[in-house]
Design a protein around this ligand. Structure first.
Ligand code: PMP
Length: 434
């Protein structure tokens, strides 16, 4: 395995050993374990703005940002004040609060296609519930998803999924009944002809197509305009719903989501991550006419003890109320400078590299070929990824520990951080090619 020679991580190592006695793999979510990069994970003590600090006292510029939610960085002053006030008032009632409507209105203003919304506590719940709604609304069983897209870990969606499944090289999970997997039809991402063929053959049985309109769970891969437009057309033509899973891309790829970038209105949208500002929030929403089929307005069942939790709503409100489209222009500029810098550094050392960024999401792929789908990512140099990953950590840069994950940026990252990060990549490439 790889060892961090330049950092003292004694306490993290001991903590991981202890954690493995009580939790499978020592973690509560698989990619955190750093298994894919062949080493022990860092245990985090705290974060402030763009930095995280591990329990050994090492400081890193953080580009994982809790896998997306922390667009204002760690422990943003206003968010902390609002959360503290909210916690002092009470953490949960299981009764309506004004904050739920407030967040619903904010989301509707930013993404007008979400006329009505239902709050949940994770992205997994959001997509699982949206799929049930689509099936209940259309009275159909089959769903379409794209290879390498990840929509959380509910049974129907755990087929040919990206993120952790891709990281560990598996295409579904023991425990997912074959019958359910059978109703999930998969196609390659960005495969326009494949989509048309699938709908020509099965169109009348398909309840919905769910897609990450900018994929983020095999690194960042934008859906092409033609691909997303085709999806909009074939779903409409066959009476199926189109679900944009913007759990990651919402308030990330663009302030108004990918739907604004491509000017396509999905029937339903799923949200997560930034919508909770670091607290557990997910949501699904869309047209009145569809959403009103949900209980208690309609009869398609959905519920949750902590859905719309007041602390979680406050996390979302206090985050989104501080953001405007101008912030995204700033962050986009910085990410462009960062990915350009990484690409130039790779060129300098003769390392094959393709970089992608959409808004505040970015990826670097160890392959110089075009990256448009899951197979393209699988062809990347994983060994080089691992080597450079540890070098980056040693240089104080914390990036996603897998080629199949996205990196992010926050409003707190500065031009100086970008320069330091490019220098860290340069040093990592230098060490890795020696
Ligand atoms: N959809 C997408 C696009 C995601 O990126 C994720 C999580 N990375 C999910 C759904 C699942 O969200 P959660 O981890 O909150 O369950």
């Amino acid at each position: 395995g790889f060892i961090l020679t330049k950092l003292n991580t004694t306490k993290s190592k001991a903590a991981f050993k202890e954690a493995q006695k009580y939790m499978p793999g020592g973690v509560n979510s698989p990619v955190r374990a750093f298994k894919n990069v062949g080493g022990d994970p860092l245990f985090i003590d705290h974060g402030k703005d763009e930095y995280i600090y591990d329990i050994d006292g090492n400081k890193y510029i953080d580009y994982v940002l809790s896998w997306g939610p922390l667009i204002l960085g760690h422990a943003d002053d206003h968010v902390v004040v609002e959360l503290t006030k909210a916690a002092a008032k009470g953490t949960s009632y299981g009764a309506p609060t004004i904050q739920e409507t407030e967040l619903a209105k904010i989301v509707n203003k930013i993404m007008p296609s979400i006329e009505m919304i239902r709050m949940v506590s994770s992205g997994t719940e959001a997509t699982m519930s949206a799929i049930r709604l689509a099936r209940g609304y259309t009275h159909r069983k089959k769903i379409v998803k794209f290879i390498g897209n990840y929509h959380g870990h509910s049974d129907s969606l755990l087929v040919d999924a990206g993120s952790g499944l891709a990281t560990f090289g598996i295409n579904t999970s023991p425990g997912v009944p074959d019958d359910l997997a059978y109703d999930t039809l998969t196609v390659a991402y960005n495969d326009v002809a494949g989509v048309k063929k699938l709908f020509a053959e099965h169109g009348d049985e398909i309840a919905c197509a769910i897609v990450e309109p900018v994929a983020g769970n095999m690194g960042v891969i934008p859906g092409t305009q033609e691909f997303l437009q085709t999806l909009r057309e074939v779903t409409s033509d066959h009476g199926a719903l189109l679900i944009f899973d913007e759990v990651m891309s919402g308030f990330r790829a663009a302030y108004h989501g990918v739907q604004s970038l491509v000017d396509i209105t999905p029937d339903l949208t799923t949200l997560g991550k930034v919508i909770g500002g670091g607290l557990p929030v997910g949501a699904f929403g869309g047209r009145h006419e569809i959403m009103e089929k949900i209980t208690p307005a309609g009869d398609i069942y959905h519920a949750g003890t902590l859905s719309g939790n007041p602390l979680a709503m406050t996390g979302g409100i206090s985050t989104l109320e501080q953001l405007s489209p101008a912030d995204y222009l700033e962050m986009d500029k910085r990410v462009a400078a960062l990915t350009d810098g990484i690409k130039k550094a790779a060129d300098k050392y003769g390392i094959p590299m393709t970089v992608h960024h959409v808004g505040t999401m970015w990826s670097y792929f160890y392959n110089s070929n075009p990256i448009n789908n899951f197979d393209d990512v699988k062809a990347c140099d994983q060994e080089l990824f691992k080597k450079c990953f540890w070098e980056l950590l040693a240089h104080g840069v914390y990036v996603a520990p897998s080629q199949f994950e996205t990196n992010f940026i926050s409003t707190k990252h500065t031009d100086e951080d970008i320069e330091k990060t490019i220098a860290a990549f340069d040093a990592a490439f230098n060490a890795a090619t020696k």
